[in-house]
Write a protein that binds this ligand. Structure first.
Ligand SMILES: C[S@@+](CC[C@H](N)C(=O)[O-])C[C@H]1O[C@@H](n2cnc3c(N)ncnc32)[C@H](O)[C@@H]1O
Length: 215
């Protein structure tokens, strides 16, 4: 299925070779340290029998870990179709093929076509769109129990780094750009949908946020 115009910029970056390498790295090393902390921030009670939605999930590594940890069903919704064979390969390898699906869709374009989930994941996704704050709000609306996301740290150095990277991408004729959205705006977008921050942590470059639906 061809990508929509928002997808076109991502398709420039996330090609089959990228997906293949992601799978290879995950097979060898598993999740990175911050991803493991993010997964650990989700209590077992939130996962019990849960449906997981990994928006912009790529090959679905976080979804796979959450299914292994007790979630019942998982769905990856991606702009880029190139991930699909690798997502399927991973699900098969992990014995999750019957519990996991992959769909090409733009969550911002047609949020009504995405079913709500107990746990929604946005791993390194909001930085790939100028609409990252809106995407966080949409993801929070779809999250019945928890929303977890990783974002580039909201630091001056990161902004400078992104600006240099985007200039290079422009010089190379690419339309993809990366964004550092203010942490406070991302949290506010989720809070406006009835969620509150229950966990956070960071490495040098990335930060994770865990938000729970208020009782
Ligand atoms: C940097 S990749 C991260 C992939 C994966 N989460 C990981 O960490 O390996 C960001 C992904 O978000 C997807 N994405 C961005 N905006 C999206 C949207 N509105 N709906 C669905 N997927 C989206 C892109 O297609 C891209 O594959």
């Amino acid at each position: 299925m061809p990508g929509c115009c928002r997808g076109a910029a991502c398709e420039e970056m996330f090609k089959p070779r990228f997906a293949r390498r992601t799978l290879k790295r995950y097979r060898k090393k598993g999740l990175d340290k911050l991803e493991r902390r993010m997964v650990a921030s989700i209590p077992a009670t939130a996962l019990d029998g849960a449906r997981v939605l990994e928006i912009g999930g790529g090959i679905g590594t976080i979804q796979a870990e959450l299914l292994a940890a007790g979630a019942a069903q998982g769905e990856i919704v991606e702009l880029v179709a190139a991930y699909e064979p690798y997502a399927r390969e991973l699900a098969l390898e992990k014995g999750l093929a019957q519990r996991s699906t992959f769909r090409v869709a733009d969550v911002l374009e047609q949020p009504e076509l995405v079913a709500p989930a107990d746990v929604v994941v946005l791993n390194r996704v909001v930085c790939c769109t100028p609409d990252g704050v809106r995407l966080t709000g949409v993801a929070a609306r779809l999250a019945m129990r928890m929303l977890v996301l990783t974002i580039p740290r909201d630091r001056l150095l990161m902004r400078v780094f992104m600006r240099v990277g985007n200039t290079v991408l422009g010089l190379l004729g690419r339309s993809f750009r990366a964004f550092v959205h203010p942490r406070a705006s991302l949290c506010a977008a989720a809070e406006a949908e009835g969620m509150h921050l229950v966990g956070a942590g960071h490495g040098v470059v990335w930060e994770f946020l865990a938000l729970q639906r208020a009782a």
